[in-house]
Design a protein around this ligand. Structure first.
Ligand code: THU
Length: 140
């Protein structure tokens, strides 16, 4: 349930994720998702899912938020909030976990449902033994 001790920062991230959810382009799944990342320098960058008539080209909210931050020169992330229309807080998909891991291997992830439930995870719990750049050594 909604945390009564929610910090101002957490509220800002949650509100930004829900606001981004309103911009989701999800005419095919009708499942709208918003995300907001906080960078090390304190900026908050939003993303939403962006679907396509070619279904497989759908972009997830989390990866859109991270890509938007990277495009603005920010690659260090403290925390991400995910907002969705699910009855239970939605866990990030595998591709999003891998993208998060590239920039923030132990990112704090909080997911919110539309009815006030929330869950917080650490990325290392959701994606243990992640493939990472160190595995490429000797091949680049
Ligand atoms: N989706 C996200 O935006 N984030 C996730 O972590 C899981 C799924 C989107 C993709 C698609 O537009 C819709 O939700 C249904 O899968």
């Amino acid at each position: 349930m909604t945390d009564k001790n929610e910090t101002k920062d957490a509220k800002e991230l949650r509100d930004t994720a829900f606001a981004a959810m309103e911009n989701a382009y999800a005419p095919y799944s009708r499942f709208r998702v918003g995300a907001a990342v906080r960078t090390r320098t304190g900026e908050v960058i939003a993303g939403c899912n962006v679907e396509n008539a070619a279904y497989g080209e759908a972009l997830c909210a989390e990866r859109v938020a991270i890509a938007a931050a990277v495009a603005r020169g920010m690659k260090e992330f403290e925390e991400i909030a995910i907002a969705s229309e699910s009855d239970d807080p939605a866990a990030p998909c595998g591709s999003c976990r891998q993208t998060m891991s590239e920039f923030a291997p132990d990112l704090k992830i909080t997911s919110y449902s539309r009815n006030g439930k929330q869950v917080t995870w650490r990325l290392t719990d959701l994606l243990p033994e992640a493939f990472a750049s160190n595995h490429l050594r000797g091949r680049m």
